[in-house]
Design a binder for this molecule. Structure first.
Ligand code: SAH
Ligand code: SF4
Ligand code: F3S
Length: 447
């Protein structure tokens, strides 16, 4: 059996892609290894969202490249060992295509985001010594080769891919192409399979899940899909990420309220709390509109968790505009936010506004303040639940160094809860009384 070492970076979509790649590799006779030294193949599934993630990808394959090129031939030229093979996949691969070979000549395969399912054919070819770039934007047809999911309670299931929004800072429309829905029957079959394998939660993935169905002949939508999935047998939970603020429909909210398995959780990136910056970002809403959406959700869906994403130091952002973001975070009582300092990405519109770039030290300072504010918002949000009874799906059991036995899981609204417990209840739904709130989690006890 040959061994493959897979490293994945980036969002859940990338992680889900890696599970599919590994499934295909198993089919080709590979097993997974955590030990780089014994690998016959290295795969890096890259993320391009910020420069840092791109740099990390290149430095990682640099390390692997040294293994490949460690001997020299007669003319003192570096020659590459035939093994281990190196596969450079994901969003950076899609973005740079054959240019990757210039920077990293030891790579055997550059695999774009739309060619995932071509992997079994490509593996055979690189094993025969070919070097291949496959980054065509036309998607390679899905195969039903099994998916090797990371062991957990949650199964990621992509329902749509791509983005038509072209926010001025974002590379995703260039790495994932235009919006396309997956065949709903494939999604449902995948969900059934995951449930039969013991998964207790299904998270539907897409850059903009609200766009699911727009391109399908029968015009199905996310609400329709949720209904279909909710009717599958068994006790399990359904989640979906990410929503675009102004695309959340009343029908979707009604569906979340109506369906017992669909959780009260919305991830709705806001990016900035300032109207001028939002406009420059090409987001299709202003602060007042986002607030209305948030207020509406909170008034209709009891205990809903609303999380968001924010960027600090977008080109031209003034101190006052940045403070509007801090204000927005607290005024909207956001439960949690992902934060990042703006990173210019080649091809995007904002990257051309070099004169407006915010100096690194200011960006770093703003990011730190954003994070500090985020911590306060999280703690405040968690405190709301002290004394309450909540249902927790247990995901983990551990015996800590001091001997304490603890089970950990999440509530329907996605709060992490630690509970003292002698038994491993992984996979079970338990009722818990919340006893204490910390910044990143809750403490509870079994009822
Ligand atoms: N589709 C989602 C987000 C996908 S990208 C949406 O519409 O919001 C995930 C997050 O990465 C974004 O929400 C944004 O906050 C961050 N991000 C994207 N491009 C970035 C950049 N150039 N610099 C810093 N953060 C960025
Ligand atoms: Fe990127 Fe904007 Fe599309 Fe989200 S909506 S993926 S931030 S371009
Ligand atoms: Fe990164 Fe690509 Fe996801 S750029 S965030 S891995 S869609």
């Amino acid at each position: 059996m040959k061994k493959v070492y897979i490293e994945t970076m980036g969002c859940q979509m990338n992680k889900s892609d890696a599970e599919r790649m590994f499934g295909m590799l198993e089919y080709c006779g590979y097993t997974k290894t955590e030990n780089q030294k014994e690998a016959d193949m290295f795969i890096i599934n890259t993320c391009s969202i910020r420069k840092l993630s791109e740099d990390k990808a290149y430095s990682q394959i640099g390390v692997w490249g040294k293994i490949r090129g460690k001997y020299k031939d007669g003319e003192n030229k570096v020659k590459f060992n035939p093994y281990p093979k190196i596969v450079f996949a994901g969003c950076v691969a899609q973005q740079y295509g054959k240019e990757v070979f210039k920077r990293a000549p030891y790579v055997d395969l550059v695999l774009g985001t739309q060619r995932l399912y071509e992997l079994p054919n490509l593996i055979k070819r690189i094993e025969n010594g070919e070097r291949i770039v496959s980054v065509d934007e036309t998607p390679y047809e899905e195969s039903d080769i099994k998916i090797n999911r990371v062991k957990s309670m949650n199964a990621w299931i992509p329902i749509m891919e791509g983005c038509n929004n072209f926010c001025t800072y974002c590379i995703v429309p260039y790495t994932r192409g235009r919006e396309r829905s997956r065949n709903p029957e494939l999604i449902i079959a995948e969900a059934k399979k995951a449930l039969s394998e013991g998964f207790k939660e299904i998270t539907l993935l897409g850059q903009n899940v609200d766009s699911f169905g727009k391109d399908l002949p029968e015009g199905q939508n996310l609400a329709w899909l949720l209904r279909r999935l909710n009717s599958l047998e068994g006790k399990f939970r359904i989640r979906f990420v990410t929503n675009y603020p102004t695309d959340i429909t009343d029908e979707l909210i009604d569906t979340v309220l109506e369906l017992d398995k669909v959780c009260e959780y919305f991830h709705i990136p806001m990016q900035s709390g300032d109207d001028y910056v939002l406009k420059k970002m090409n987001r299709r809403y202003d602060y007042a509109t986002y607030k209305k959406i948030c207020d509406h959700l909170r008034s209709r869906v009891k205990d809903v968790t609303i999380t968001s994403d924010f960027i600090a130091g977008f080109p031209g952002e003034t101190e006052e505009q940045f403070e509007n973001t801090l204000k927005a975070m607290s005024e909207l009582e956001l439960d949690y936010s992902n934060t990042a300092a703006y990173s210019p990405r080649e091809k995007t519109v904002a990257a051309k506004w070099v004169d407006l770039y915010i100096p690194e030290d200011i960006k770093t300072d703003r990011l730190a303040r954003l994070n500090e504010h985020n911590r306060k918002c999280c703690l405040k949000s968690n405190k709301k639940y002290v004394g309450r009874e909540m249902e927790v799906l247990i995901e983990n059991f551990e015996i800590r160094k001091n001997g304490d036995k603890v089970i950990t899981g999440r509530t329907r609204n996605n709060k992490i809860v630690h509970i003292p417990c002698d038994r491993d209840l992984t996979g079970e739904f338990v009722n818990v009384k919340i006893t204490n709130a910390r910044t990143w989690y809750l403490n509870g006890e079994l009822i």
